[in-house]
Design a protein around this ligand. Sequence first.
Ligand SMILES: [Zn+2]
Length: 686
Amino acid sequence: MKASPVVALFLSITASSLVGCGSKKPAAQSTAGSGTGATAGAGTATGSKAAMPPRNYNAISRSDFNRFAVRANLPIYWTADVDNDKNLDANEVASLLFYPSQTAWTKGNAFTPAFDQAYDTIVKLAAAPDAGIAEADLARAKLVGADLDGGRATLVHNDFSKAPADDKAFVAHMLKVAALIDDLYALQNGTATLAPQVKDTLSQSLFRRNRGPKCAAPGTDSNPACTAIAGLNKVAFDVYPADIQKADDFCAVLEKRKDAEALLTPFTVVRADGKGFKAVPYTEAYQAPMAAIAAELRAAADAVKSPNEAPLITYLRAAAQSFTDNNWQPADEAWSKMSVDNSKWYVRVGPDEVYWEPCAHKAGFHLTFALINQGSIAWQKKLVPVQQDMENSIAARAGKPYTARKVTFHLPDFIDIIVNAGDDRDALGATIGQSLPNWGPVANEGRGRTVAMSNLYQDPDSQAARKAQAESLLDATSAANYFVSPEPGLLSTILHEATHNLGPAHEYKAYGKTDDAAFGGPLASVYEELKAQTGGLYLVEFLRGKGLLTDLQAKQTYTDCIVWAFGHISQGMYVGTGKAKTRKAYSNLAAIQIGFLLDKGALTFDANIMAANGTDKGAFVIHHDKLIAAINDMMTTVAGIKARGDGKAANALASKYVDGAVVPHKLITERYLRFPKSSFVFAVTQ
Ligand SMILES: [Zn+2]
């Protein structure tokens, strides 16, 4: 099952390594610099300098360039203004995947004529966004534009230009698999046949990004007039007969049938058979596209030459077979044998999650293609020798009746996404944690894999947004320790995950009671996550004491954790209303931590000072001299509540900080939510 695409469970984790392994840089930084944008445009190559001065590309800002490139449905992205000259240079442009066309924007260090055309189109569109739109269509077009603007294009870039030849060949095959998976998913979700009905470029871009005609951004998503195809805001999913989907309760109707169990299996589509319905295997319903994917997966397997990648090759061949016979168990078995230790790649391809379709029964096809994050492996290796010390330290804080146990780490696989295809790629936000498979022996016997996507939200724009968010809430001195780098976030995520293995966990019984029995399910989840995240703070001083972290790294990690907590507070404490209202574990724990630090004086709020951004009045101040003692108290309190199964104390702490007035929820939310959501776009340099 996947973590919510939008709730940034791992908001602050990372692409690159903390310990100096080769981190991926944007293409911009690995290509030769082109000076100050004096790159010849089309047609100037033969002209003399005097006749044709080098063209500048500084007509619009980078953020507007990327925003209007989306509106123009052009697969182009200004990665970063590396030299800060506000001019788009040839080493600052990426060519995006998953667009209807693929274009080379540069050749060597120069722009191509296609780039000049695209640049002019974008600048023209930015100057007059509504030009050429018929009056009758203007209202719809404005909504479509607003929906597109609701996401900030956010680049996931990987550079394989210097990779070994067989890696390059493997990547090329996997990108073909990605495109085929996209096509198959479009068949499944019923949008493949609609594409010809999408008339204008703006709507085509929405249709591409949102994987169909419907709007997806907060505010526009609920407006039936917001659609890429005028008059159409309901799509019939291909996995069920179209005519039954006209009824709003069609899922319930199917679920009540005597043959529901047979009809609603995850790897089949439901088809009318004259008398009633029948389940048709995916490999029958989608025979040709699935055969094409199987062939491409076999070609990918053939491309891998390294003897170290035998488990990957075995998985690719098993997955190819599953795309042929619809039996996904052998692929799951092969997949479960892959690990961070036996492959540098992470591949998961097949039908997995069910959230994409309204009845949540049919598995959507996806490809997750990623690299194992080497930085997290390095940290894991440093932590394993001290894991028992960590357990002993947390057990001492937890107190009776908990006693230290023998522990071994089980950390998720940290992966750096190369591409998300099919059901994996959302219009806005992204899946940042996932446990698979959902069915079969591998799932039932707990032999699946859990991954954390560590490079998402680590691009310069997302980092800048987080910095701006931090600077809207912290005073200048505190914000100075907010380090714009993936490092502190990666460390705290690893320590968070490590602490899930330490102290009283879900299976621990306090006086014969599990945490579910002692606290109730949702609060039990809050406290397990609170323990983990408090461990993330607590173990920083433990590591600093062992010389594994510098004083500055420790300060930066604390600051990062506090900003992380503000972010989760801004997402609200509950989902649903009335009886269906439940606690959001991360938001709750964030409020408890911030409240605790405020009460201990390690964090204060001063209504009269300016935030670091110089515009917001009232700011938080971090007092590092009081922080370690406060965090130690927090660890004692939280682990102690879990150790004793103290439901009363658990509730009291939650009421005080989650529902009470200690934490200024409204102010944090208002300052945080000024920023648009990420809409991930992908580029691979081959
Ligand atoms: Zn957790």
